[in-house]
Design a binder for this molecule. Structure first.
Ligand code: B12
Ligand code: SF4
Ligand code: SF4
Length: 309
């Protein structure tokens, strides 16, 4: 059967390109997610992330993004670092931003995978995505059997936890589907109990507008005063609900050399952070996702979390 052979070909090429996991699901309307997304938006849990309000229909149906789409090829790439920031009192940066910006690293691999498919399988139409369009990355990865969505709302892989980026190809080629796996959160509530701002308002539901990641990366205005004293020293992103998750005790360091931590970032002391100049910012975060906040945004965050002297 061609579709089984093609599935094997794609999965083995994804491994060769460095992806850690690859799974397949059928391109279809996300019936179960539609009311959940609607509820999330109606309750303003997107805060000022207005892009989340756009393309509601496309977000729920990949066939509206890629006409004739038949399959979603979901891919995971591990970013768990082998080292963390040295100074424990230094403002914290989320682990996903320690190395080179993942959008750049992953896009290149995705394009190579799509090229491979076109060269080896035939005239296949499709698009590549990594956190870049109205696509529900976690839901497709779940449907593709790569993990379950935990109570902290992240996708968790049973063998190696949640410190993974998710990407996908949406293509008009029929492939062999992988089924979803079960939820292994059980009675655990560690992430809900540990969230510094109470952003996990119910199991599986994160109010984005209360999340430290939103305050420090997405929010363009001042961080609201209600968050004062609750930021747990995070200057960019937040890893608390993943750090406490028992499944992340299985995390292994990334094999992707571009995600190796930027050593000058790890070395920065508390004092270095508070004395950061624009020039050092530009040098240190040249290819990093931290650049997203721009110098001004990072200073806003640092100023907000600065302990009273
Ligand atoms: C918007 C967004 C954010 C927002 C909102 C977070 C959120 N949970 O939506 C903010 C800025 C806060 C954020 C933060 C982070 N993000 Co973000 N984010 C996204 C983005 C762009 C869209 C997510 C989305 O669709 N949200 C919409 C809501 C409705 O979806 P949801 O929260 O998953 O909600 C689902 C559940 O609530 C569930 N549900 C609702 N009710 C119920 C009831 C029951 C009973 C059940 C079972 C389920 C259920 O259904 C909803 C829809 O599926 C994706 C990229 C993408 N295009 O998918 C990345 C993405 C989710 N983010 C990612 C990451 C890494 C993070 C951070 C870890 C970064 C950091 N360290 O700071 C944090 C984690 C915070 C957290 N606990 O979620 C990764 C996650 C990788 C993974 N392993 O899961 C993604 C997939 C990017 C990527 N391509 O790698 N993010
Ligand atoms: S990333 Fe931090 S603030 Fe956001 S839900 Fe997780 S623990 Fe809470
Ligand atoms: S901390 Fe516990 S409840 Fe939260 S995602 Fe991990 S296993 Fe699930």
């Amino acid at each position: 059967m061609d579709y089984i052979k093609n599935t094997h070909l794609i999965k083995s090429e994804s491994k060769r390109l460095g992806f850690d996991y690859c799974g397949i699901s059928k391109a279809e309307f996300l019936e179960e997610e539609a009311p959940r997304l609607e509820n999330w938006l109606n309750n303003n849990m997107h805060g000022q992330m207005s892009y989340m309000q756009n393309h509601f229909d496309k977000r729920l149906d990949p066939r509206l993004l890629v006409p004739g789409a038949k399959s979603i090829v979901s891919l995971l790439l591990n970013y768990f670092p082998n080292e963390t920031q040295k100074d424990e009192a230094a403002p914290k940066i989320s682990k996903y931003a320690y190395g080179k910006d993942y959008h750049l690293v992953i896009k290149e691999k995705l394009n190579q995978l799509l090229e491979f498919i076109k060269e080896n399988i035939g005239d296949v139409d499709g698009r590549v995505f990594v956190d870049s369009a109205p696509v529900m990355d976690k839901v497709w990865a779940k449907k593709s059997g790569l993990g379950w969505i935990g109570k902290n709302s992240n996708l968790i892989n049973k063998n190696s936890g949640s410190f993974y980026f998710i990407a996908e190809l949406i293509i008009d080629l029929e492939l062999e589907e992988d089924g979803p796996i079960k939820d292994y959160c059980g009675t655990c509530t560690k992430c809900i109990d540990a969230c510094p701002t109470g952003a996990i308002i119910a199991p599986y539901v994160v109010d984005g507008s209360k999340c430290i990641s939103y305050f420090t990366i997405e929010l363009k205005e001042n961080i609201p005063n209600e968050a004062k004293g609750k930021m747990d020293n995070w200057a960019f992103g937040c890893d608390v609900c993943q750090d406490v998750c028992p499944w992340n005790s299985f995390a292994k360091p990334t094999k992707e050399k571009h995600f190796n931590p930027n050593s000058s970032l790890l070395e920065m002391t508390k004092r270095d952070w508070y004395e950061l100049t624009e020039e050092t910012f530009k040098r240190t975060f040249k290819d990093s996702a931290v650049k997203r906040t721009k110098y001004k945004g990072l200073l806003r965050n640092l100023d907000f979390i600065k302990p009273d002297l």
